[in-house]
Design a protein around this ligand. Sequence first.
Ligand code: GLU
Length: 272
Amino acid sequence: MKIERFAPSPTGLLHLGHAYSALLAYNSAIRSGGKFFIRIEDIDQIRCKEIFIEQILDDLKWLGINHEKPILKQSSRFKFYKKTLQSLWDNNYLFGCDCTRKDINIASAPNEKTLYGPDGIIYPNTCLNKIRSKKMPSTALRLNLNSLDKNNFSFFDKKYGKISFTKEEAIENIGSVILARKDIGISYHLSVVLDDAFQGITNVTRGEDLLEATKIHVILQYILNLPTPVYHHHKLIRDEFGKRLAKRDDARSIKNYRESGYSREKIIKMLN
Ligand code: GLU
């Protein structure tokens, strides 16, 4: 019995890529006699809009997707996120960082080849060895991978099989990612891990653009003593030029297809 979820950020309309992901997760849950949840990932209260939430839920219903109730909104979980950050801080897993994007670009520039991880340029660890305050600072907070007491990690993916990686590889290829943004006090990586566990998600279905990010999530699950779900990082839906669909691409939004008279069956056929 699988417990799956679809976790949209309501910063734009649902497009074909989202529909593919949601249907894959939904069908996988239902076929196993399991449950399917929708989670609204609205930690960025400036970019997320109520109007998109309404449209997304309406589109999912139109696609024939039924879900468990209530719908979890991440914006109701800030207190819990803060508590977890405090315990990570107390256990030396975090460091404060007040670098701007420009600071990071400048610090990375002398390297022959700037390295990119799941969140863009790999942080050059400028703030890593700054003197630590006892109190958790109100700057951005980054994960200190040197504090890990485990060297080998792995997870299972339905498409890729067993994926293994080491602490050293994570330090090199992922780096000190942000777990709390200064402006909103949390980040995608930490909230997604906490909420997948909170909702008892056993299977995570999402695009393969997140495969590297999953390594961060597996590390966080270890640190926080949470179970690691089985993942399915599926293909990305692309436009006729091979470019992956973006939120801005309103022409391929489900809303637009619906308004142009497409049926649910036609959309599903387009996704196969
Ligand atoms: N809110 C994320 C997104 O829309 C969810 C990704 C995930 O499934 O973990 O990309």
